[in-house]
Design a protein around this ligand. Sequence first.
Ligand SMILES: [Zn+2]
Length: 140
Amino acid sequence: MPRIIPMSSRPSAQWLVGWFYERMFSLLHQSEWEVVWKQKYIFGKGRVKRPLCGLVEFEDRCMYLSPSLKIHPDNETLLLTVIHECAHVLFGEVSANEKGFVPHASIFELEALANHFTHQQKKDLLALLPFHPSCLLRKK
Ligand SMILES: [Zn+2]
């Protein structure tokens, strides 16, 4: 199929924002992946405990998010982490040597999608997270 230059005057990335929103929504909505609030995580064999923003465990199909108000003082910062972790799930595991389908640097860039979601879309995504008391303390 040849690539034909579209007739519309200006290409838009809005479809990509919509595509990502729909994927994030169904990922957080369905039960194949569990979202768990976790303050600290033990890394590697050295059993180093480090504060965590978020983490995806592919084997357990589990997404960990920090409930800490220091790490996520407001819903905007929490949403950046949720986008980041959802991108890991949607684009596959990124190995430490960046050999994944989408490198980690690109996953960080995808966080900018938060600027393109509507207020309602942001609210809807965060409403899908399990309840945690610190959610009540974040600015609405
Ligand atoms: Zn990451």
